[in-house]
Design a protein around this ligand. Structure first.
Ligand SMILES: [Zn+2]
Ligand SMILES: [Zn+2]
Length: 348
């Protein structure tokens, strides 16, 4: 099989030929048709995440080079191990990549995305910048029809992230305003999922006027500019404060807006990885009875719920540009330089 691999962190990916694996036990071999190029792949390729304030997090541990990135994987089951369950050869499936060890308490709670010994595809285990991928069990291979095949992979990362973060807001009533901060790719998914999940239009905050406009076109209830100091007051005057806010950016300014915009008892979920830090008087937590949560992708059951809403036509995928697998390295460079609109999807 042919893969585009990291041979050295930060250097161009290289094409590597390996023998195509034969699935053992419950394993499933998927011939990849499409794999999305995610912004987190850029950080994995660099070997570090920026934490804000000039600090970085080394993310090279737990991965042997050469390594295949890619966690937004779609394709066809072409071989199964003798103990495989849930899929058969010929099935077209999207692959849940956030795989855990399968036995620890987190995995037994169906929260394997939080497993301390993860086997995530494209993160610790070879992923989708390839023509084949080995999946440890058929339960990770999910039906996606009638979603177009080249779009299905976007739901395993941005779709799932948006859905699971919104779910952390808890029981949202019809009269409870929800605020989405950051109308990039994941935030745009968030607007659609919020409408589908809560039956109410969310409010949106973004520093970019074009993104605010796009959010309104997608059905946001109102749009606010977090870089304008008066906008939080206007938001609270108009809405009474948000029941819950999801920060899809994760920067000082976005969190500042989100935390100031929630009403008493409100919840802020941080899911963006932009990098920033939190400075807040602790007394505000009890006095306003607010809480702050972090969310990291989502569980396998949440993946199924995410796909269910998309398969029912309630959520449109983000715009994609299809490129050849050989363009993987160039695509990471384009993403790093901010030259990509929507999602690049590699076609194997
Ligand atoms: Zn991703
Ligand atoms: Zn585990």
């Amino acid at each position: 099989m042919k893969s585009q691999k990291i041979v050295e962190y930060g250097k161009a990916l290289q094409e590597v030929n390996d023998p195509t694996p034969t699935p053992q036990g419950a394993e499933v071999l998927v011939r990849i048709s499409h794999c999305g190029v995610c912004h987190s792949d850029v950080h994995l390729h660099d070997g570090e995440f920026h934490l804000g304030g000039g600090k970085t997090l080394d993310v090279r541990a737990g991965r042997k080079l050469p390594f295949t990135l890619g966690h937004e994987i779609v394709g066809e089951v072409v071989a199964v191990g003798p103990a495989a369950e849930g899929v058969k050869v010929g099935d077209r499936r999207v692959v849940y990549p956030w795989i855990g060890c399968g036995t620890c308490p987190a995995c037994q709670r169906d929260e394997e995305q939080l497993c301390a010994k993860p086997r995530q595809l494209g993160i610790q285990v070879d992923g989708g910048y390839s023509d084949h991928v080995l999946v440890p069990h058929g339960r990770y291979c999910l039906a996606f029809d009638p979603i177009p095949e080249h779009l299905a992979g976007t739901y395993t990362c941005s779709g799932l992230t948006a859905y699971a973060a919104l779910k952390k807001l808890g029981h949202v009533g019809k009269a409870d305003p929800v605020l989405i901060v950051g109308a990039g790719g994941v935030g745009m998914m968030g607007i659609q999922y919020a409408k589908a999940m809560f039956g109410t239009k969310p409010y949106v905050a973004d520093i970019d006027a074009g993104k605010r406009e796009a959010a309104m076109a997608l059905g946001a209830a109102g749009a606010f500019d977090p870089s304008d100091a008066n906008e939080v007051k206007r938001f609270i005057a108009e809405t009474g404060g948000a029941y819950g806010a999801v920060d899809f950016v994760g920067a000082d300014g976005s969190f500042g807006f989100a935390s100031a915009a929630v009403r008493k008892g409100g919840r802020v979920v941080i899911v963006g990885l932009y990098g920033g830090s939190l400075q807040m008087p602790l007394v505000m937590f009890p006095m306003r009875a607010i809480s702050v949560h972090g969310a990291y992708v989502g569980s396998l059951p949440e993946m199924k719920e995410t796909l269910e809403l998309a398969r029912a036509g309630k959520v449109e995928a983000i715009p994609v540009e299809i490129r050849e697998l050989a363009a993987a390295s160039r695509s990471l460079d384009d993403l790093r330089a901010g030259r990509v609109k929507g999602r690049v999807v590699l076609k194997a």
